[in-house]
Design a protein around this ligand. Structure first.
Ligand SMILES: NC(=O)c1ccc[n+]([C@@H]2O[C@H](COP(=O)([O-])OP(=O)(O)OC[C@H]3O[C@@H](n4cnc5c(N)ncnc54)[C@H](O)[C@@H]3O)[C@@H](O)[C@H]2O)c1
Length: 464
């Protein structure tokens, strides 16, 4: 058995992939571990240029200050992937793992081409042993394939694979990284695998209590990430499915969620009904789980999890259908303001945002759609570029709502709760409708102003 070696490069960390995970995670490691040098590389030059500028490529509360402090000290961003691989002993891989759009498993399985290219680049550029860490979310048993690719080198090098999935949520990434519920470090059973896991655990132990750092086998770690996302999404689909029943029975979804969530076995988090979940992870990770279950012949389990995605799509469809039905069965020629486009508050990320489907559906119904989001306008323009001529991308909420027949809240931005809704009402066509897709507004106050108010999982309040 090979003896684990201590290398001079053990304090040199590299992260391949400077995205929503790689950037913030490495910024926190650099801030907490000043004796380590942390490099972040990406093939996307625009992204790296942005990481090296005042305008970071992603918006996250608290991130600007963190990066500013560490950048140039022990945190570096570059496009020189090959050199950085050679110079580092610990390599996190945080490239994208989207759903496959072609061939076997299209629409379900994870597309691992970026991961595999990275593994091959590591083999090509390495001249000594390294620890390679799966930070990306990957199907269970990916580490096996990676191990085979990495060990296929003819230089006599050893690569230890660690699974260290990331549990941060966009919008609270820095807070989540600084105070994680747990850190998972999965390794192979070999002596060098265990030694590698200990080195990674030591990095986190700079700021995370040891009892929150879980050492597991590599397969449990890979699967735990998929299951965590599947269970979070399942709670949202569960409460959203109940919201449909509330609308039929005059029950109020917020009252039901509160009563249910006060049961300590259930807990109150992730029980907020809304227009559906978005984001780059939930749907892709559940589909990946479904694909894996099918691969292993577990059809019933696959069907169970695929319903979570189906209910989410149903909730988005239901929202638009409710808008059309409430507005006298047609939105053709009517102006509709969408407030919010990001998939959640405090991020500019719009990947899989329900707003994309809703905007497209309304345009298909010949509505004149106007959009305003505090941080996601550039992404919204890019998501809708094929129909951009039929959409008004507003500079502020006043311009967005002017002369509209309806306003729909699609993201739970706090600023939306602070607007002057009397003024908004006065600037709108009558009857004026509000569809609160996040249940964040004071519906009684809106009703008093004169709005017809439609919330999720509550009876509508109609003035006219
Ligand atoms: N976004 C989240 O909230 C989140 C949370 C937890 C886990 N994850 C997982 O983390 C992984 C990364 O997610 P993300 O949101 O940061 O993705 P992202 O698309 O924002 O970033 C990935 C980056 O990897 C780069 N890249 C791709 N191939 C490369 C290569 N060969 N060499 C160098 N760079 C390369 C891309 O250019 C891109 O900038 C995914 O597997 C995702 O499922 C994401």
């Amino acid at each position: 058995m090979r003896k684990p070696k201590t290398s001079s490069k053990d304090r040199k960390i590299l992260c391949i992939g400077a995205g929503y995970v790689g950037g913030p995670t490495m910024a926190v490691i650099a801030a907490k571990c000043p004796e380590y040098t942390v490099r972040v590389v990406d093939i996307d030059k625009g992204r790296i240029d942005a990481w090296n500028s005042k305008n970071l490529p992603i918006y996250e509360p608290g991130l600007d200050g963190l990066v500013e402090k560490a950048r140039g000290r022990n945190l570096f961003f570059s496009t020189d992937v090959k050199k950085a691989i050679d110079e580092s002993g610990i390599i996190f891989v945080s490239v994208n793992t989207p759903t496959k759009t072609f061939g076997e498993g299209a629409g379900m399985a994870a597309d691992l081409q970026y991961w595999e290219k990275t593994a091959r680049a590591i083999v090509e550029c390495s001249h000594d042993d390294k620890i390679v860490i799966e930070k990306s979310t990957l199907p269970v048993r990916t580490a096996e394939a990676m191990h085979r690719i990495l060990q296929s080198n003819n230089k006599g090098l050893n690569f230890d694979i660690i699974s260290n999935p990331e549990f941060l949520a966009e919008g609270t990434a820095v807070r989540d990284l600084e105070n994680p519920d747990r850190v998972l470090v999965g390794s192979m059973a070999s002596r060098s695998g265990k030694a590698a896991a200990a080195k990674i655990a030591d990095i986190y132990a700079h700021w995370v209590p040891r009892e929150k750092i879980l050492l597991t086998n590599v397969w449990s770690s890979e699967l735990s990430k998929l299951v965590s996302n599947a269970m979070l999404a399942q709670r949202i689909s569960s409460i959203n499915s109940v919201s449909a029943l509330c609308e039929k029975t005059d029950a109020d979804i917020d009252e039901v969620a509160k009563a249910v969530g006060m049961d300590s076995r259930i807990g109150p988090k992730f029980l907020k009904a809304g227009v559906g979940f978005g984001g780059s992870c939930f749907k892709k990770d559940i589909l990946n789980l479904v694909y894996l279950c099918r691969f292993y012949g577990l059809e019933e389990v696959a069907q169970y999890w695929s319903k979570v995605v189906e209910i989410n799509e149903y909730q988005e469809r239901r929202f638009v259908l409710n808008m059309i039905r409430s507005m006298f069965n047609t939105v053709a020629g009517k102006k509709i303001a969408l407030l919010g486009f990001a998939f959640k508050a405090d991020t500019g990320d719009t990947r899989e945002a329900p707003a994309i489907y809703i905007a497209r559906k309304l345009v298909e119904e010949h509505a004149e759609v106007s959009i305003y989001d505090p941080k996601a306008m550039e992404n919204a323009k890019s998501d809708l570029k094929d129909i951009a001529g039929r959409i008004n991308f507003a500079r502020n909420h006043i311009e967005c709502v002017k002369n509209t027949h309806a306003v729909a809240i699609l993201t739970e931005w706090r600023e939306f709760t602070t607007y002057d809704y009397r003024r908004i009402f006065d600037s709108m066509e009558k009857p004026a409708f509000i569809f609160d897709g996040r249940n964040i507004l004071d519906r009684n106050a809106l009703f008093k102003i004169g709005f017809n108010v439609h919330s999720i999982g509550k009876s509508p309040m109609r003035n006219i």
